[in-house]
Structures are given as C-alpha cells and as structure tokens.
Design a protein around this ligand. Structure first.
Ligand code: ZN
Length: 189
C-alpha cells in the first residue's frame, strides 16, 4: 500500500478532513486526522496492520506495545500480522504504565506502534515504559507520520504515509484572517 492509497483510505472514511479546525492543542489547522474513523472498519484496520507488519517484520519483534487509546486497535492488527503479542500502556496518575497484568522482560524485543505520530512525545514515553521493564526496543511504527524529523524518537521510525500539516496560533491563522468559520472536530457528534 503506497502513501496515497493510505491517505485515500483515510479520506474515504472521513478520517482525514479538510477545512478549518481548532485542534485540542488550541492551534488551528486546515486538516484534521481522526484515525479511529478508518480503524472502525475491521477490514481496513487489518489492511493497515498488514502493511505496517510488512514494513517492520525484518526487525523480528516479539511483542507490540502501544499507548492507549489511539494505538490499541492498530497495535492489535500489527500483532496479528506478525503473529506476536500486542499489549498497551495506559495513563495512571498522568504516567504511562503497564497495567492489567501485562508484562515485559529482558527477553522481549519490542515494536512500539501508534496510529499517528506527531511530536513523538507519546512514542518516546511508550519506549521508556518498555525500557523501564528491561525490554529491548527495536523501533516505532505509525500509520501516519505528521512530523518531518525522522530522528525525534531516537530509534528507527516506520510509517505508511507522511502528512505534514501546518498548525497556527489563532492570531496567525490564515483562515481566521479570511473569516472562515472554525470548527472543533468531533464536537458535533
Ligand atoms: Zn484559524
């Protein structure tokens, strides 16, 4: 699946919107990604998982670790594609943590999987969870990479598509300057 095919799946599912959006960060953008809208379709989730699995199989991971909630569905699909465990870390009092009896140890070779990577902050945090458990972290993978700095997680980073989306402070937003109404995505649901 090439990059355009991946973005088309997002567009066709309403997971990639074009307009004038107020993001949860407070910044404004002309595009909005909501990967849950493509991943809600099991067949599409499986295709994306197969594609990411093909991209990362050479690393020979033994377990997929994803940050909750966004990474869980695609993490499960990558785990299925590779025939390995898929577990997730979730926030407890602000910090990502392994709960529910999930474990990692020194024998584990971990692939961190997310739906979308932007700044890389949650990816780095997830990597740290695995390292703190003593596991070896091989790299990170995401369906869409929204950044343009391949070194920001300090490990090999794999993605199916790149989509660099400028975001603006409201006072510097070109769409606000044109009086285009701004929408908070998902708020009308
Ligand atoms: Zn704006």
């Amino acid at each position: 699946m090439d990059s355009e095919a991946v973005l088309d799946l997002f567009r066709d599912s309403g997971a990639l919107l074009e307009g004038h959006f107020r993001l949860s960060s407070g910044l404004h953008s002309e595009r909005y990604l909501q990967s849950a809208l493509v991943l809600q379709f099991p067949e599409l989730a499986a295709r994306l998982g197969d594609a990411l699995g093909a991209r990362t199989r050479h690393l020979q991971p033994t377990v997929v670790l994803s940050p909750a909630l966004g990474g869980i569905v695609i993490g499960q699909e990558v785990g299925r594609a590779l025939g390995i465990r898929a577990i997730f870390a979730e926030r407890q009092e602000g910090a990502l943590t392994l709960r529910r009896g999930f474990t990692l140890d020194r024998a584990d070779r971990v692939l961190v999987v997310e739906d979308v990577i932007t700044t890389g902050g949650s990816t780095r945090e997830t990597i740290d969870v695995a390292k703190a458990a003593g596991a070896h972290v091989l790299g990170a993978a995401a369906i869409i990479d929204r950044g343009n700095d391949a070194t920001r997680v300090n490990l090999p980073l794999f993605s199916l598509a790149q989509l660099v989306v400028p975001a603006y402070r409201p006072e510097a937003c070109p769409l606000c300057a044109k009086d285009v109404p701004v929408v908070k995505p998902g708020s009308r649901a």
